[in-house]
Design a protein. Structure first.
Length: 466
């Protein structure tokens, strides 16, 4: 797109279809890869003779990688341009899709998930940066509707992920959940290249590598990895991993406070308490969301004896509610109400899961889990709106990446909770224990949100960020 053509588009309709569609499509790649694998975990475990803890690395590897890659690529987008980061990340997704098709071992597959994590991490922080640049250039208020479309696409694909994963696995085998990334990323690449305006030239004062804070990235990655090594094999704990994680975390804090522009900006988080609270809320809320994504499908297949496709079908009502909730959340002016509704539904959903068991009919299982679609749809879009208002304008890419980082911390926590509740295999008792944990966390979030005074008011969401 030429600068003249883009200028005309900005003057006419800054957030039209040609601008929003390529952004929304790419932002679907991460959530759909996060959830498609839910119904394929049992077939993969069977083929590679792996247990719950081993296949848990297929989940944790992607989120561990995303937790690091999202703020890193967000920082790069702030520095060198969001469109450039976006295009490179789509190429990585295509490569991962091909590599997943030929995976000969579980270890190879974990590596593919790492590459997918890096590739799919570029879209969301790039999208938020592009939204911010366009809004600032036109003097527009926060593009709540456009961001709602972004969130709706992400939530919808997250919700449909288990269904799609189940159908693909049932028809073509589990390899298909990786191969499908190739056409999805290719179509998105073409649209981004054709429709999104080129980035402005970069005027660097120093090298990109110095600005990225590689020591900070390494310390953060090492601390998370050491913690996950301990937590994902809690039955045979690697005790040495705990002090290593603590040491690396302490070094990260020391390093971050000494550096002017660190990877994890603790000073920014300290100065912007509302943003820090938003991140913490996201981590806890997504722990509950991902417990359902992975825990429910594994239980339906492992304890209920249903196929991957049937397990996916059982999530259809949840998916429908998630889509409806996401649309409603994008049209809501305030934030407190959507959060309260989300956490209230999570509490009721956790109680509903206590009423089902392995011999229950599939329709009853689907009904029991359906209410979790409401937090899935509302939490994402509402958190996104909060971050847009609370984050510093010049650090929007980094702040948006950190939002996803805390969400992925929740996803990794969910894999640990599932492992602790299920043990070696999913059982009714394990599901009921998981339900109680989810209900307790949701109840805590509900009470905390009632008394939270850091949430932006409705009028703050309808004006431009200072």
């Amino acid at each position: 797109m030429s600068p003249a053509a883009d200028g005309h588009a900005v003057a006419g309709k800054p957030f039209g279809v040609r601008f929003v569609l390529p952004i929304a499509l790419g932002s679907c790649l991460n959530p759909i890869n996060s959830t498609m694998i839910a119904t394929a975990l049992v077939p993969i475990a069977t083929e590679f003779h792996a247990g719950v803890a081993q296949t848990g690395w297929l989940i944790a590897a992607l989120y561990l990688c995303c937790a690091v890659a999202q703020p890193t690529l967000g920082r790069i987008a702030d520095l060198v341009g969001a469109r450039r980061v976006y295009l490179v990340s789509l190429v990585l997704v295509m490569i991962a899709g091909i590599a997943g098709r030929i995976a000969p071992s579980l270890g190879w597959l974990v590596g593919v998930r790492v590459l997918l994590g890096i590739g799919t991490s570029g879209a969301y922080p790039s999208a938020m940066r592009l939204f911010r640049e366009r809004a600032d250039a036109t003097g527009s208020p926060p593009p709540r509707t456009a961001m709602g479309v972004l969130s709706l696409m992400g939530v919808a694909t997250s919700a449909v992920g288990p269904v799609l994963g189940g159908v693909l696995t049932g028809m073509f085998g589990w390899h298909a959940i990786f191969t499908v990334n190739v056409p999805l990323a290719l179509v998105t690449f073409v649209l981004v290249f054709a429709w999104l305006p080129k980035d402005a030239p970069r005027h660097a004062r120093r090298s990109l590598w110095r600005e990225l804070d590689l020591p900070g990235i390494a310390l953060f990655s090492g601390a998370l990895l050491a913690l996950m090594v301990f937590l994902l094999d809690i039955d045979h704990p690697q005790w040495l991993a705990l002090p290593i994680a603590a040491l690396l975390g302490a070094l990260l804090a020391w390093h971050s406070l000494r550096r002017a522009d660190p990877f994890i900006d603790l000073r920014m988080l300290g100065r912007h308490l509302p943003l820090s609270v938003t991140y913490l809320r996201a981590a806890l809320a997504f722990t509950v969301v991902y417990c359902i994504f992975y825990g429910f499908a594994q239980w339906v297949e492992g304890a209920g004896g249903y196929s991957a496709a049937q397990a996916g079908i059982a999530t259809v009502p949840l998916s429908i509610l998630a889509g409806v909730a996401s649309i409603a959340g994008a049209r809501t002016r305030g934030l407190r109400g959507p959060f309260l509704l989300a956490f209230g539904c999570s509490v009721v959903g956790g109680i509903a899961l206590l009423s089902i068991h392995a011999a229950s009919p599939l329709w009853l299982m689907a009904a029991a889990v359906a209410l979790f679609g409401v937090p899935q749809g509302l939490v994402s879009v509402t958190t996104q709106a909060a971050v847009y208002v609370q984050a510093p304008a010049g650090q929007m890419g980094t702040a948006s990446g950190l939002q996803r980082t805390f969400s992925y911390v929740g996803a990794m926590a969910a894999t640990v909770v599932i492992g602790l509740c299920y043990g070696h295999r999913p059982t009714d008792q394990g599901l009921h224990t998981l339900a109680l944990v989810m209900a307790a966390v949701s109840g805590l979030l509900l009470v905390a949100t009632i008394f939270d005074r850091t949430l932006p008011r409705a009028d703050e969401l309808s004006t431009s960020h200072p």
